[in-house]
Ligand binder design. Sequence first.
Ligand code: DX5
Ligand code: ZN
Length: 230
Amino acid sequence: MSERSGIKSVMAEIAPSILAADFARLGEAVEAVERGGAAIIHVDVMDGHFVPNITMGLPIVRSLARVTRLPLDAHLMIAEPARYVAQFAEAGARMVSVHVEAETHLHRTLMEIKRHGALAGVAINPATPLVLLEEALPYADYVVLMAVNPGFSGQAFIPTTIDKLRRLRRMIVERRVATRIEVDGGIELENAAEVAAAGADIIVAATAVFDSADPAEAVRKLREAAVQWV
Ligand code: DX5
Ligand code: ZN
């Protein structure tokens, strides 16, 4: 405690991903992380086409929107996302992200998300260069920087993400845009502080939260790791 002089500044908010929760008890899962201080609920939508897994879709967003006041963040890991963004916003997602790799007309799709009242995000895979989203930054409310190849929870954090995150932060500062950075995949208590310090505004965590005995406490600990004492 001696290094803590008393001013606590929050570096990143926590967005638990329900992908690792018990799907038969999603309401309880959301209630627990809300108690733990979660800021956002991350909903991983997969189509078995853009990624090799099928997860959940509109009905789950609709149901969750009725039981939580937290913003629902729909991470669309689907082909042709433009066909669905309006429906996700209307279902109650207050944040909707599409993959830069899946969308040819990114500007149009981001504007479409906003037109439906949600925050618009661009997600980017680990091996996709940042330059591909540079021109979209002024229109994107947030970037979902993938630290794993999308498709599954419980994968290991790809270490080069830290450098990519720093470069993205620099790009945002240099271009004077207000885009926030959400980092997604492989984040646990051990690396949350490093990810927050490298420039993340939002930290997504599935396994670290829902594979623990006490998800509320897991969120509390991640929050504590994502603050700095100055
Ligand atoms: C990966 C998903 C992530 C995933 C994170 O395809 O986009 O949001 O749920 O899971 P963990 O935190 O276990 O890596
Ligand atoms: Zn995700």
